[in-house]
Structure formats: structure tokens, C-alpha cells
Design a protein around this ligand. Structure first.
Ligand code: DAH
Length: 368
């Protein structure tokens, strides 16, 4: 039975004590039963609403109805009662919000002993790693590092490197041309660079001799992808120009670089070749690092692996940068260029160039 405020007949202290105790017992029981916000609001209104709340009824039924002599005693008891009921109502709210926040904390509990979320930080791609290694071999012997644009003009990619217009050597480096340039002179037409050699010209335009520079970078060819070809790959180019640079310097430099890259046991071999921008030109092979030169599958039983192209800078190339101090009668130099993917494949025994570009973590994490 919910509590209702009784009318008082007897205003004796004992009777008042009893009525007060009954009321307090009731309010405490109801307070204990409160278990959520809505309950609590109903509970508060039932007891404290100005209009017809239990305390208002107490005021009307006990205090206002009290006979004159008892008024004083009843008044002070009713006041004390109000204070107490208010405290009980507040207490119920606190207990409830305490319980609610404990429940929330419980549900949001974090186990700080669990292992954290692992974010792999990534690592250098094997091609970039090799490229950096090659660059640092040359930095260690005093070369600076330069880069050039991947979108080049015909002039830098071909003409200034002594590939005249319509020269058949251009066919070996077919590439993508930017569309809509028919109105431009041929030398100004844009294309994706087919090699890093155009940066030789940029470097010589920027810096008078002497110069020693290496150029890492990405290049493009109209090649169909297969196990050894990719339409995008990387090269490291090198250029050294000074007075009295000879083929001996070229041989010594590249021999040192190959030993630094592949181990001091490797030997180098220079074989006559052709590039429009070098004269004489050579292809460089190193002794097979798998069989040491005896002959195996990797070197196709020759004992040698061809790694790069090089040569003495053709005087015709100096002619294009003569105004910056490159007088072909006074300076000489050598240049070289190597494919980074090929070197990486040989170094690690990778048999398919496509693996570099597929982004398969199982492949890549082997090089971390
Ligand atoms: N640019 C040549 C290529 O992509 C490689 C090369 C050969 C670069 C001889 C050179 C060089 O600097 O002297 O096939």
C-alpha cells in the first residue's frame, strides 16, 4: 500500500513522533526502490510537488489543522521533516546517477593489458633501396646528386643527346608523347623521358665544368610488360666532366662502384657498344656473382652479367652546352647509366620485374 498522509486526531508528542516515523519509513522505502531517472522524477514529484505533493499535504493536514497550542511543536517537526525528505530525495538521485556512471564506466572499461593496435610502419621498397645504395657509392667519391623532370622536351631527351630528328636510335626508346602539340617545334614537344640522360644536359646548363653528378630517377618506355620489361622503371645516371678525363677514369670509377655494390671479388669487363651521346661507348659486365665466373643459369653460362651502358661524352653533346664553358676542345668527360630494377633483380635473385610494381606485402617484406 503506497503511503498516504493521515489526518491527525492526536497532537501529543508521542503521536506526532509516530506519524513522523511512519512518513520517514515510507519515504526511505520509496527512495530505495528508485532505479532510474524516470522513477526518480516521479518519486520527487510525489513527495515534493508544490501542488499536492506529500510535503504540501503534510503542511495542510498536520500544520494548518493543528490546534493553537500544538502549532509550534508541529511547525518545527514539519520543518525538520521537509529538510529530511529533501535530503532523502537528493540522496536517491545521487545514488542513481552514481549507479549510472558506474554502469557506464563498466561498459567502457578498457583492458590496458591487451596488446595495442599494430600499425605497420612500412619500409623502403627494394628498388628505392638499391637506388639509394648506388647513389651513396658515388656520393662517397665526391659526386653530387641531381634530379630532373619526368616530362621532358624532345630537345633534352633526344636532340641535345645527339639523337637527330628521325634518327633510328630514337626507335629503341619509343615513348608516350603528350597530345595536342602539333603546332610546337619538334624540339619543344613534351614526352615522358625514356632515360635519365637528359639530366646530363640540365646539369651542364646549370653548372660549368668541372662537374660530377649522379641522377636517380624514374623513366618510361613504350614496352609491353613481361618478366624483364616494364613501361616504367628506374635508372641511375652519372656524369663527370673536367679537363683530361680519360677512358681510364671511366674504367676505374665503374670498377670501384661495381665492387662497392657487389663485393670486392667482382671483375668488370668493357665491351664496345653504341649510344648517340657517347663516343666511344661501352657496355659494362661484371663477373657473375652467383657462380663467380664459372658459368651458370643466371649468367647464361657466360660467366658475365651485363649491367650498364657508358662512354666518353660525345663532343657533339658538349656543343649544346658550350656557352656554359663546355668547350669540346678543352673539356672531356664520361657518362654512364644503369637500370635499377635489373640490378636489384640480379642482386636478390628476383626472376620477375613485375613483382616490384604489384605491391604484394609478402614480396616486399622480404627486403625489410
Ligand atoms: N641512357 C641509356 C639508356 O637508357 C643508358 C646510358 C648509356 C646512359 C650510356 C649513359 C651512357 O649515360 O653513357 O639506355
Amino acid at each position: 500500500m503506497p503511503y498516504t498522509v493521515p489526518k491527525l486526531e492526536d497532537y501529543s508528542p508521542a503521536a506526532l513522533d509516530k506519524a513522523v516515523q511512519e512518513l520517514l519509513t515510507a519515504v526511505r522505502q520509496e527512495a530505495d526502490a528508485v532505479s532510474n531517472e524516470a522513477d526518480w522524477k516521479a518519486f520527487r514529484d510525489r513527495w515534493m510537488a508544490r501542488k499536492n505533493g506529500i510535503l504540501t499535504q503534510v503542511n495542510d493536514l498536520w500544520l494548518k489543522a493543528a490546534p493553537g497550542p500544538a502549532k509550534r511543536d508541529v511547525g518545527s517537526r514539519v520543518n525538520a521533516l521537509k529538510v529530511e525528505v529533501e535530503q532523502i530525495v537528493d540522496g536517491a538521485q545521487q545514488r542513481m546517477s552514481g549507479a549510472a556512471s558506474r554502469a557506464r564506466l563498466g561498459s567502457e572499461r578498457v583492458d590496458i593489458t591487451l596488446p595495442g593496435i599494430h600499425k605497420p610502419i612500412g619500409a623502403e621498397h627494394p628498388v628505392i633501396k638499391t637506388m639509394n645504395e648506388i647513389v651513396s657509392v658515388f656520393r662517397n667519391i665526391g659526386y653530387s646528386v641531381a634530379e630532373g623532370p619526368e616530362i621532358e622536351t624532345d630537345y633534352f631527351n633526344f636532340e641535345a643527346l645527339n639523337f637527330p630528328p628521325n634518327h633510328p636510335a630514337r626507335d629503341t626508346q619509343d615513348t608516350l608523347f603528350v597530345v595536342g602539340q602539333e603546332k610546337k617545334r619538334q624540339r619543344d614537344r613534351l614526352l615522358l623521358r625514356t632515360h635519365t640522360s637528359p639530366v646530363q644536359i640540365h646539369a651542364m646548363e646549370q653548372q660549368p665544368p668541372p662537374i660530377r653528378v649522379v641522377v636517380p630517377g624514374k623513366v618510361h618506355r613504350a614496352d609491353t610488360a613481361d618478366a624483364t620489361h616494364s613501361p616504367i622503371f628506374h635508372q641511375v645516371e652519372g656524369l663527370a666532366v673536367d679537363t683530361n678525363i680519360t677512358f681510364c677514369d671511366l674504367k676505374g670509377t665503374l670498377d670501384h662502384a661495381m665492387k662497392a655494390l657487389f663485393g670486392s671479388d667482382v671483375k668488370t669487363r668493357f665491351f664496345p657498344s653504341f649510344f648517340p651521346f657517347t663516343e666511344p661507348s661501352a657496355d659494362v659486365s661484371v663477373t657473375c656473382f652467383k657462380c663467380g665466373g664459372k658459368g651458370c643459369r643466371l649468367c647464361k653460362n657466360s660467366g658475365w652479367i651485363e649491367l650498364l651502358g657508358c662512354g666518353m661524352v660525345d663532343p657533339a653533346v658538349f656543343k649544346f652546352v658550350e656557352s656554359n664553358g663546355y668547350d669540346p676542345a678543352k673539356v672531356s668527360g664520361f657518362a654512364f647509366g644503369m637500370g635499377v630494377e635489373r640490378i636489384t633483380m640480379l642482386k636478390y635473385g628476383i626472376d620477375d620485374i613485375q613483382l616490384f610494381f604489384q605491391g604484394d606485402v609478402r614480396f616486399l617484406e622480404q627486403f625489410v
